[in-house]
Design a protein around this ligand. Structure first.
Ligand SMILES: [Zn+2]
Length: 115
């Protein structure tokens, strides 16, 4: 038995790796894109029928909103609408079903800082 040792050539590959660092004198152009998004708050209240009702305070037949509609329109909550209706800041009346209706005219004329 002859053990034949495999010829192992220590392969030493020495490659002088020269890394050429190329400095690019011209900076990459960074394009800045400015996007301006303007969001306009649009409140659309759609209903099947117009809530024309008599407003005793206005002394005229005016459009009325439900409390949630009035809250949406004035960007507040229903509780605030109820409070202003109770205090008389907003004209209100009750439907025959007992629902509170807010006079649109009084709502539009109410100062915004009230809400
Ligand atoms: Zn009114």
């Amino acid at each position: 038995m002859s053990s034949s040792g495999s010829p192992s050539h220590a392969a030493g590959f020495r490659t002088a790796a020269e890394t050429e660092t190329q400095l690019n004198p011209t900076k990459p152009m960074k394009r800045r894109t400015e996007i301006t998004i303007e969001i306009d708050r649009v409140t659309v209240i759609s209903r099947r029928e117009s809530n024309q009702a008599w407003c005793a305070a206005c002394g005229a037949e005016v459009s009325h909103l439900t409390a949630p509609e009035a809250a949406t329109l004035s960007a507040t909550d229903v509780q605030t609408i109820f409070r202003h209706a109770a205090s008389g800041a907003l004209h209100s009346s009750l439907t025959r079903h007992g629902a509170l209706l807010i006079c649109l005219t009084s709502l539009l004329h109410a100062p915004q800082n009230k809400f």
